[in-house]
Design a protein around this ligand. Structure first.
Ligand SMILES: Nc1ncnc2c1ncn2[C@@H]1O[C@H](COP(=O)(O)OS(=O)(=O)O)[C@@H](OP(=O)(O)O)[C@H]1O
Length: 287
């Protein structure tokens, strides 16, 4: 959880008032009713960066906040209090529960973010379009067909979810933008990068996350007869359920034979075949 910080109009490189970018009037205006004053006025929780040079060396920070407090106390009834970071964090997320989860924005769309972004990162490595699903509509086929084009390239495969990165729809999102971008090599000229994750279509969190990170990118959705899709989905689950049941049973038996402890999750999953075992497991599983 990260509490957003506010901008206080002081920058790491500003050392003395007379060198202030645009002249000292710009800073004074921000304090006397401008952006710094409004930051206090409109935010119930304010966090400011204490750039050491502006506080320790030339004391521009002290000047700024001393003046800001005087202005605020003179013209408003606001009374500010200090609280330690942890207390402040709890208070902030009680006020704004929708901000508990971060939403990644695109550093390439903000000049200031771009300046402090790693030099190894490349804005052209973001996908130009995203195939969002839904599942069982032929998305994998489309993924491979698109990859056949010499100027179209997909993300690199994931060791766990294969051709899908599944970034915007699940816990991978919290691994951050660098993790997401590690799936996209810097493209050669004329190459169009894309990503396909069929899990994006029906997850409520996806539109906001996708729009914030890739606002101008194209979205591809495949629509087919819902009955065909449902049938394909049913067949998939039937196969997978059987596959996992068999794999769990094999693991269960192996751990039993090696006299190793059976993990809780496997015990829960195995309840069904444990009760069968006492009757006639061999009939069902050939053991
Ligand atoms: N070219 C083309 N056109 C239409 N449909 C096609 C095509 N290629 C594959 N398929 C069928 O799509 C089903 C798998 O869809 P997905 O790849 O999206 O599945 S997944 O969500 O990634 O698991 C799966 O459907 P079922 O066979 O009914 O299960 C595939 O056969």
């Amino acid at each position: 959880q990260v509490i957003p910080r506010q901008t206080c109009s002081l920058f790491t490189h500003t050392m003395v008032l007379d060198m202030y970018p645009g002249g000292k009037e710009v800073l004074l205006e921000s304090i006397d009713g401008g952006s710094l004053f409004q930051s206090f006025l409109y935010n119930q929780v304010n966090v400011f960066m204490t750039h050491q040079s502006n506080y320790g060396n030339d004391r521009l920070g002290l000047f700024t906040f001393d003046r800001a407090m005087k202005f605020l106390y003179k013209w408003t009834n606001l009374r500010l209090v200090y609280e330690p970071p942890e207390v402040l964090g709890k208070r902030y997320f009680n006020l704004y529960p929708e901000e508990v989860e971060p939403v990644w924005s695109n550093p390439c769309l903000n000049r200031r973010h771009l300046e402090i972004w790693s030099e190894e990162k490349n804005c052209s490595s973001f996908p130009k379009f995203v195939v969002v699903g839904p599942q069982k509509t032929g998305t994998t086929a489309l993924y491979w067909f698109l990859n056949m084009h010499p100027h179209v390239k997909s993300n690199l495969p994931s060791p766990t979810t294969f051709e899908e990165v599944q970034f915007f729809s699940g816990p991978n999102y919290f691994k951050g933008i660098d993790w997401y971008m590690s799936f996209f090599p810097t493209p050669e000229n004329n190459t169009v990068l894309f990503e396909k994750s069929a899990t994006y279509f029906d997850q409520k969190v996806v539109p906001k996350r996708l729009k914030t990170l890739l606002p101008s990118k194209h979205i591809v959705v495949i629509l087919i007869d819902p009955a065909l899709r449902a049938y394909s989905w049913y067949q998939s689950w039937k196969y997978l359920t059987k596959y996992y049941e068999e794999a769990n049973l094999k693991l269960f038996k192996l751990l039993e034979r090696l006299k190793k402890p059976i993990p809780e999750w496997l015990k829960k999953k195995s309840k069904k075949f444990c009760s069968l075992r006492s009757k006639s497991l061999s009939l069902f599983y050939g053991v």
